[in-house]
Design a protein around this ligand. Structure first.
Ligand code: FAD
Length: 478
């Protein structure tokens, strides 16, 4: 640990208070708690730097993707190995501090940062190592989707994950993980073979189908509730050829285009996936074909003729290009909110609500997005993993995007209102990873009562004091 980086902060927290507080840490105020945390960090013996407010890189490292989540932790630890992770978890547990675990930093409600607590930033645990013979890949808990894709795709393999390359593998996987290859190969969790986890008690456990299968069930959808994943192991799939198309239609034609898209997308082979985005700049339809190149044009071109001809085209593009083509649109530090749900199918009523939502959108970039699901995702039963919603045909999102803090209330209100309209048309279950609000009800609503009880039982065993509570939280049974 770079003691110098925390020396100043410790000097501001007189040690007699820490000593007096040792016996009753929960009775302390925030300043005293900070002192306790800093002391624990100073004696932990990290190999990595500990960054506090007086460190020159503090402002850089405290940032997360969503500009709304502008928080000031007491310290940021950036582990370089599993031992550092254990020490950070122990320091937070002993000082009873808030602990935020950060993979790629893309939590919509900003759950990977906090005020007055410790941020465990895993971004240096980002190695990816491929075993071509075994057809597996091991991925550090802080790797980004781009790190994973850059290691696997040039070798002709893929692990299905999300659609923006700067998203973290950690958070995305623990909630489920859906993207362009999911209809063909399932959710990211469906390729997960095992994970190395540092628990609240400091144990290092391996969760897989044969080693603590209940924990393996829970981490496949249960989020970061059960510990810090330092390493994931995934099964690889053959990538094959990719053809993608993208077209724009004026919003005036959106009703006709979306009804045609729904009818066309229905019952297609799982090599085909469509998504759409409706915003003030129009209806953008994207389709990807991960199959026989000879059939690609036949399968994709009808999506360019949904309501007259859309402007756009079909093109050969690499999977890496597909995965990063919207990266800049979802740039770091802008202000975001999102709320989503599952549709069994795209109804006429939902199409009407989408058109109305766009007409009332607070900024030009605010959008309604939907990704087609089904295929391999629904081959697996809902009970097999904590993730809930496998029978869905689409995942939808209401996503305002803006830049000025003064617009927060207006933009978030639009996001919530539209989400309420669309939720009324949605099926049960939800995806915890794409919810801009956090609170006791989010996890309960997402998992349903039976699954939530099972998850709470697992939580009680692994994290009875709820150290890992900055997530869509499952509270331990009392
Ligand atoms: P972080 O903010 O770092 O982490 C979120 C939470 O995950 C943390 O609070 C923590 O509880 C937990 N966590 C993260 N890493 C670990 C770890 N190693 N061990 C234990 N807990 C951990 N989802 C999709 O399925 N498909 C998409 O295409 C998709 N696209 C997205 C695009 C953008 C721009 C954004 C912002 C989100 C997108 N999402 C998508 C949602 C995404 O899955 C979640 O935001 C996810 O939480 C991001 O993971 P992260 O590691 O970047 O986030």
């Amino acid at each position: 640990m770079h003691i110098s980086s925390i020396a100043g902060a410790i000097a501001n927290n007189p040690s007699p208070e820490w000593r007096a507080c040792d016996k009753h840490p929960t009775a302390l105020g925030g300043r005293n708690m900070s002192g306790l945390l800093l002391r624990e960090l100073s004696i932990a013996g990290f190999r990595c730097p500990v960054i506090t407010a007086n460190h020159q890189d503090y402002n850089r490292y405290r940032k997360v993707w969503n500009g709304v989540a502008d928080r000031r932790p007491v310290a940021i630890v950036r582990p370089v190995n599993m031992e550092d992770v254990r020490k950070a978890v122990a320091a937070a547990a002993t000082s009873r501090s808030l602990l935020a675990v950060r993979g790629g930093g893309h939590s919509l409600p900003g759950l990977s940062t906090c005020d007055d607590g410790l941020v465990l930033d895993l971004s240096q645990l980002n190695t990816v190592s491929l075993d071509k013979d075994a057809q597996t890949v091991e991925v550090g808990g802080g790797a980004l989707l781009g790190d994973l894709d850059r290691a696997t795709v040039p070798q002709g393999h893929v692990v299905p994950a999300g659609v923006i390359s700067h998203t973290g593998v950690g958070g995305l996987t623990l909630g489920g993980g859906m993207g362009w290859a999911s209809r063909k190969y399932g959710l990211t969790i469906d390729s997960l073979l095992g994970a190395e986890i540092v628990t609240a008690g400091g144990d290092v456990v391996w969760a897989s189908a044969t080693s603590d299968p209940e924990l393996f069930w829970g981490i496949r959808g249960g989020g970061g509730n059960f510990g810090v994943v330092t390493r994931f192991k995934f099964k690889l799939h053959p990538l094959g050829s990719l053809t993608a198309g993208k077209w724009n239609y004026p919003m005036a034609n959106a009703g006709q285009a979306l009804r045609a898209l729904r009818d066309l997308a229905h019952g297609q082979p799982r090599d085909l996936t469509v998504s759409f985005t409706a915003s003030a700049s129009g209806l953008s339809v994207a389709a990807a074909w991960l199959g026989d190149e000879g059939l690609a044009r036949l399968m994709l071109s009808p999506f360019g003729e949904l309501a007259g001809s859309g402007s756009g085209d079909i093109g050969g593009m690499s999977y890496l290009q597909l995965q990063s083509r919207n990266d800049e649109y979802f740039a770091w530090s802008r202000r975001y909110y999102a709320k989503g749900g599952f549709w069994r199918d795209l109804s006429d009523e939902a199409i009407g609500k989408i058109i109305r939502a766009v007409a009332e959108a607070p900024t030009p970039e605010s959008e309604i997005y939907a990704l087609q699901l089904g295929g391999a995702i629904s081959d697996i039963s809902d009970e097999a993993t904590a993730y809930t919603g496998r029978s869905a045909g689409y995942y939808w999102l209401s996503e305002p995007v803006w830049d000025n803090a003064g617009d927060d209330d207006r933009c978030i209100a639009w996001g919530r209102t539209v989400a309420n309209w669309l939720s009324d048309l949605s099926i049960e279950g939800n995806y915890v990873n794409e919810q801009g609000d956090a609170g006791a009800d989010v996890a309960r609503d997402a998992y349903g009562s039976a699954k939530y009880r099972r998850l709470a039982g697992l939580k009680s065993r692994l994290d009875p004091h709820n150290l890992f509570r900055l997530n869509q939280n499952i509270t331990p049974l009392t």
